[in-house]
Each structure stands twice: as structure tokens, then as C-alpha cells.
Design a protein around this ligand. Structure first.
Ligand code: TYD
Length: 137
């Protein structure tokens, strides 16, 4: 499984850092939604779902967390620790976010508005959807 992590060049000067993200230039899709999570409780796991068509890029703009990516056949754990790094999460990819530092702010850029019908929240259903049989797992 190929993990795509974008590393952006911050505009830094004596005042500090600034990261700019433009749709199509920096982000490979039209940004239809932005959401972020913070005050995540110690030990909490978020995500635990896949999307049928949504693409996303995850930024831990403050603090750190880990992201488990699972395409049904292979799993990878990706740490997000830098505010200028964005993890691309394609559709048909199971994801779980965990190990949030108390100060973590996880910002997500999404290619579509919120749509519950696009979610696959059951892992066995996800395996069926991506055509992975239990024996292969
Ligand atoms: P949830 O899907 O449980 O978040 P995660 O999978 O990242 O842990 O979403 C939590 C709540 O927020 C749920 O009631 C749905 C709502 N929500 C929106 O209204 N809009 C959104 O864009 C998202 C991501 C969630």
C-alpha cells in the first residue's frame, strides 16, 4: 500500500510560520468541506470507518496523533506530528485515528460535503465492499 504524505513548505520569517493550501495546486481535489477535532480525550479512537467516494487530507496542525490506514489487505500506521504534513486518505480506505496528544488539533480537508450515505462503518461490510474475503485478510 502506498502512503501519500504531502510535505508543504511553510512560509517562514522572523514572525513565524504560515502554510497555504490551494485546491488543485496543493490539494488534488476541490475542497468542499473543512472540519477539525480537538480536546480529544486520552485513549479515544476516532474514524473507524471508510468512505465509498470521499477523499480527504488530514493535517495535525497542532500536537500529534497516529492514523491507521487499512485497504482491506494491508495496514499502515502513519504518525502525524508536523503542522505542514498532510496525509492523503483515498476512498475505500478504512481509517482510525488514535494516540492523540492532549493538545492535538486534527484538521481534515474533504472533497465532498458531509454525507452519511457515503460512510461504511462496519468493518466486515468494508471488506465485502473492497472485495476482500475473510480468508485473504
Ligand atoms: P464521526 O463520524 O463520529 O467522527 P469521526 O469518525 O471522525 O470520529 O462524527 C461525529 C459527529 O459529527 C457525528 O454526529 C456526525 C457529525 N459530523 C458532521 O456533522 N459533519 C462532519 O463533517 C463530520 C465529519 C461529522
Amino acid at each position: 500500500m502506498q502512503v501519500v504524505k504531502y510535505v508543504f513548505q511553510p512560509h517562514g520569517d522572523e514572525r513565524g510560520q504560515l502554510v497555504s493550501l490551494e485546491e488543485y495546486n496543493d490539494i488534488p481535489f476541490e475542497i468542499k468541506r473543512v472540519y477539525y477535532m480537538y480536546s480529544t480525550v486520552e485513549g479515544a479512537v476516532r474514524g473507524h470507518h471508510a468512505h465509498k467516494s470521499l477523499q480527504q487530507i488530514l493535517f495535525c496542525v497542532h500536537g500529534s496523533c497516529k492514523v491507521l490506514l487499512d485497504n482491506g489487505r494491508e495496514k499502515k500506521v502513519v504518525p502525524l506530528e508536523k503542522p505542514y504534513e498532510g496525509l492523503y486518505v483515498a476512498n475505500n480506505m478504512w481509517r482510525e485515528m488514535y494516540d492523540f496528544s492532549p493538545d492535538a488539533v486534527l484538521m481534515v480537508l474533504a472533497s465532498e460535503p458531509y454525507n452519511e450515505a457515503d460512510y461504511i462503518r462496519d468493518y466486515d461490510e468494508f471488506l465485502k465492499y473492497v472485495n476482500v474475503t475473510k480468508a485473504e485478510e
